[in-house]
Design a protein around this ligand. Sequence first.
Ligand SMILES: *Cc1c(COP(=O)(O)O)cnc(C)c1O
Length: 367
Amino acid sequence: MTELQRPQPKPGVMDIAAYVPGKSAAPAGVAKVHKLSSNESPLGPSPKAIEAVREVAAKLEFYPDGAATRLREAIAEAHGLNPANILCSNGSDEVLGLLALTYLEPGDEAIFTEHGFLVYRIYTQAASAVPVAVKETDETADVDAILAAVTPKTKIVFLANPNNPTGTYIPFDEVRRLHAGLPRHVLLVLDAAYAEYVRRNDYESGMELVSSSHNVVMTRTFSKIHGLGGARIGWIYAPAEIIDALNRVRGPFNVNAAAIEAGVAAMKDRAHVEAAVAHNDRWLAWVTQEMAALGLRVTPSVGNFVLVHFNEGERHSAAAADEYLTQRGYILRRVTGYGFPNALRMTIGSEEANRGVVAALAEFLKT
Ligand SMILES: *Cc1c(COP(=O)(O)O)cnc(C)c1O
């Protein structure tokens, strides 16, 4: 058969580098596996969310509410927003894709930063648009570099604040400066997947800027602080015109019934969220300090993970460290695809996992 005798993906699709999720398996014989590769919560989901999913299991013959009304109301109440300006999605990945599909035409450009979340590039390419990656400064988004990359073809700027996998953030007056410098038809997407973890006075997730502009949206997720990555729940806060457009493009039942119930219960369990934040505050500081004490450079992080840099050369490279840790049941994340061939990203885990990784790395560095 020749190529022409079978369906061909549209141009560009086969150039997309498929997203590689964090590993979860350790070699056979490893007694206990600590998965620290996908920024999942060591506290797990709220017990109330688990109970809500159990209850909905008996009623799965019914389609969910396609508008996820109760979930939007629960989010709106917790954050002091108007539910009409919220749209829920199958993880925030889905809504990032919907934005690309809705606002990018073939040949348009979407800007993101050098070490930005890889999903932006994937959805930009899937929309037949041109991904434009701009340089960062000190592994941090650089507003001047982003503004310098804007052309008449730019339609979207994606900014993860804080960013994954670096864990760095830009203060909100920098986000405002970015917004002020963008043409009014360019959509500024603030991906605030890690907002709940940030403990900095100069940080904002962007809700006020969304409320006071026509071209800014903020995306959030239940996958990180709420410990519900498996349920796939994300949401966007956006001006009414943007919600209206996304509602036309999305799948009619894009958030499933179990996700809606889990999300409502999780959003109401503020104590569980506070416990997750307190755990992260304590162990983020500890892990950062202990890595430094081992002589490993850590990019300063405000999220629930750290980017740990290893030495050039075979013996103590990131690849060698990854192998050593995996053999002992500690699964971290290789980040070569993010432009860091010699670093590993470690999710802040349980006390046992954090202490275990630091102890194992101390041994590794003696080898
Ligand atoms: C984890 C993450 C998300 C959330 O993805 P979900 O699809 O909601 O699980 C979004 N943006 C960034 C930067 C992330 O790291």
